[in-house]
Design a protein around this ligand. Structure first.
Ligand code: PEP
Ligand code: MN
Length: 285
């Protein structure tokens, strides 16, 4: 590829057609505004909250605490993609109402997953940032639908997707007319079994080079172990990430979903202090 807007790079071999996502299309970098929170700007943005919305009480307790610790956006799944159809599938519409209540109470914007185009109207009525999960990174119909929206999109990397495929998935949303895309590295599937995923921190500097879109990291799904999350969060910031998305629960041992990788409220508070020190130490921005 010789075009100036190509994402081709000496470090990549595959020819690529992700021209709107390419760094050259916006050399200065894109800042995505999530209801007044700038992602990709001068400050690291941390999104935090439970894997799934379980109850209004749990969500509010976690939201209040993570906000106090410095999280800027509240996460929580209302529609949950679960490996087993017998697992808790999320509170669905009721979960969206709890998220809206938590936003009203805390002022934190909401990131929540939309799994299917048929849910887009309902989720859009609540979400400030539409999460496309790993399992849907190549659901092109859904990508086209959120491309028609003006709500920002958090696109998570497919667990077996190359960075070239990831950028082409983002390209679908951009091509649809929605310029507000944030990329999320959340770990890939490898031969390693001691962790849930292999968090590919190589992806962070590589993506920052190839694309102008903000890049955040999910050390919760990336490791599967709460005890590893603060260190990998710090490593992600050291690698140049624009932010983090972290699972936090008021009582991880009794969480309905992903408790093993969820930080307690205190652990999250300590993680935030560490992350701030790392950012200062490396002269982040
Ligand atoms: C999540 O963030 O809750 C989630 C399901 O993540 P992923 O799509 O990365 O597995
Ligand atoms: Mn989860």
């Amino acid at each position: 590829m010789t075009s100036a807007s190509s994402v081709s790079d000496p470090a990549t071999t595959a020819p690529t057609d992700a021209r709107l996502a390419a760094r050259a299309a916006h050399p200065q970098g894109t800042v995505v505004d999530v209801r007044g929170v700038a992602v990709g700007g001068e400050a690291i943005v941390v999104m935090a909250g439970p894997c799934a919305v379980e109850s209004r009480e749990e969500l509010l307790a976690t939201a209040t605490a993570v906000g106090r610790s410095g999280a800027r956006i509240l996460r929580g799944g209302a529609f949950k993609p679960r490996t087993s159809p017998y697992s808790f599938q999320g509170l669905r519409e009721a979960g969206l109402l709890h998220l809206a209540a938590a936003r009203a109470e805390t002022g934190l914007p909401i990131v929540t997953e939309v799994m299917d185009a048929r849910q887009l109207d309902a989720v859009s009525a609540c979400a400030d940032l539409l999460q496309i999960g790993s399992r849907n990174m190549q659901n092109y119909t859904l990508l086209e639908e959120v491309g028609r929206s003006r709500i920002p999109v958090l696109l998570k990397r497919g667990m077996s997707a190359t960075l070239d495929e990831f950028l082409h998935a983002a390209e679908y949303v951009l091509k649809g007319g929605n310029p507000n895309v944030i990329l999320c590295e959340r770990g890939i599937r490898t031969f390693e079994t001691s962790t849930r995923s292999t968090l590919d921190l190589n992806a962070v500097p590589m993506l920052k080079r190839l694309t102008h879109l903000p890049v955040i990291v999910d050390p919760s799904h990336g490791t599967g172990h709460a005890w590893m999350v603060p260190r990998m969060a710090a490593a992600a910031i050291a690698a140049g990430a624009d932010g983090l998305i972290v699972e936090v629960h008021s009582d991880p041992e009794n969480a309905w979903c992903d408790g093993a990788q969820s930080l307690t409220l205190d652990e999250f508070d300590q993680m935030m202090a560490t992350v701030a020190r790392v950012a200062t130490a490396i002269g982040w921005r």
